[in-house]
Write a protein that binds this ligand. Structure first.
Ligand code: ZN
Length: 451
């Protein structure tokens, strides 16, 4: 583990170097390999990385290695693809609160760096982005912005006096009042080559105006004319059915009011709609106040700022959660969401992965993704199913054919873990190293490095 020790030395010297590119091909030899396709893990694997790509995958000792390759011994480790959050946000929280002035280039870049240090190698910032997101994405494609690969839904489309309720800058969401304005918003985003379009169809327990079916039908129609997929925020079963009937491509949250029925299952399957459960969303309203012990480990601590940690540990925060009349509803919603995830997964619906991390202070980028995997397993998915959702399926959702699985030709986006997450999903937190586009990144918390 020569390069890892070097990595530690750089950190000890306080240098800002978080990654280094490898000029020569690298072979990671001897690990158990989870390739993201759902196939059983392979032992004693060899993974060949050349530049930013994987060039070969096989069994150690049986695979021909390229000339001059550097061999990295990873016996006893497990390798899996980097996590892909198909539903996250950047630049919405500053300090301890959501703020309309939070969305700056620096905040976006900090968030991308943090995701990557947690093994989340790609994210979709699913709405509420200022237009500067397009510049950041372009700069990243030219190698000028490190951190998790950024895919974006641009501003996204809500309605006046409706969801999303976060305070944002004027160029952070479209609020069309007519169908024609909504179509114009789509055309503007298409001009920016958004990766996907986001809409919000919800009334937040009756508190806000909900987008009309006329409006979302027009948005979906206009998106499909521009070959753009549409992801919708959703809560209610009836809205999910109406959205799927109108051609929506992604349900970006769980159905949380009622158990899903055969009609929705059939529609999701026949239309190939992706379903992102985001179980973390409903739980985030009460988890930290009710189970403060989850904040005790280093993996959590390193994911939040000292001021946020202080707020989460404070009496005021706990009292506010206790007095929030929505909390019992969120608990019921989480239970329904978990049930629905199991039903839909077992029925063969395409389950992808996302957390809504970054949307609120309680939805914690990096930590939230690992926690979401755990929640999916608690809902009844196998660890392997949760991993496939967070890798192959989420890549498919954003049509990113260059990532999501560890196969020849794909990007070298993967995690080296000290323990096998198919044995215990919490082992995704045992990060030894993160590889992103063939660059080795020092994890924010390298739990296992000295084991
Ligand atoms: Zn969201």
């Amino acid at each position: 583990m020569r390069c890892m020790r070097l990595g530690s030395v750089f950190v000890m010297l306080g240098l800002a170097l978080t990654s280094r590119a490898h000029a020569e091909p690298v072979v990671l030899e001897g690990a158990r390999l989870i390739d993201g396709t759902g196939k059983p893990p392979r032992d004693n694997a060899a993974l060949v990385v050349d530049g930013e790509r994987i060039t070969a995958v096989g069994i150690a000792g049986k695979l021909r290695y390229p000339k001059g390759a550097r061999i990295v011994d990873v016996h006893g480790r497990t390798i899996m693809p980097g996590l892909i959050s198909a539903h996250s946000h950047v630049g919405l929280v500053a300090g301890t609160a959501n703020r309309a002035d939070a969305y700056t280039r620096e905040a976006v870049q900090d968030a991308l760096a943090r995701y990557e240090q947690y093994g989340v190698t790609s994210i979709v910032s699913l709405g509420l982005n200022r237009d500067l997101v397009y510049e950041v994405r372009d700069d990243q494609k030219h190698g000028r912005v490190p951190g998790a690969s950024l895919f974006t839904a641009g501003r996204g489309i809500g309605v006046a006096n409706g969801t999303p309720p976060q305070p944002v800058a004027p160029d952070q969401s479209y609020r069309p009042t007519t169908v024609e304005e909504a179509r114009a918003a789509v055309r503007e985003m298409a001009g920016h080559k958004v990766d996907i379009v986001k809409i919000w169809v919800d009334d937040n327990f009756g508190k806000f105006t909900k987008m009309s079916p006329e409006m979302f039908k027009a948005v979906i129609d206009e998106c499909h004319k521009h070959r753009l997929r549409v992801a919708s925020h959703v809560f209610y079963l009836a809205d999910a059915k109406a959205l799927v009937a109108a051609g929506v491509d992604v349900l970006a949250h769980s159905v949380r009011d009622l158990p899903v029925d055969a009609e929705l299952v059939r529609a999701l399957k026949s239309r190939g709609v992706f379903y992102i459960p985001t179980l973390n969303v409903d739980e985030s309203f009460f988890l930290l106040a009710e189970q403060p012990e989850v904040m005790d480990d280093e993996f959590f601590k390193q994911a939040v700022s000292p001021e946020l940690a202080q707020m989460f540990h404070g009496k005021e925060f706990r009292d506010k959660v206790q007095a929030n009349p929505s909390v019992p509803k969120e608990k019921a919603a989480l239970a329904v969401a978990q049930l629905n995830l199991k039903t839909l997964h077992d029925a063969g619906v395409q389950v992808a992965f996302g957390t809504d991390s970054g949307a609120l202070p309680e939805r914690i980028p990096g930590w939230g993704e690992h926690h979401e995997l755990e929640l999916m397993v608690r809902a009844g998915l196998s660890p392997m199913d949760a991993i496939v959702a967070a890798t192959q399926k989420s890549a498919a959702l954003i049509k990113a054919t260059d990532r999501g699985t560890l196969e020849p030709g794909k990007r070298a986006d993967f995690l080296v873990l000290a323990a096998d997450p198919t044995a215990d999903i919490r082992n995704t937190r045992q990060l030894v190293s993160v590889w992103h586009g063939g660059r080795e990144v020092t994890p924010r918390v390298h739990t296992a490095q000295n084991k």
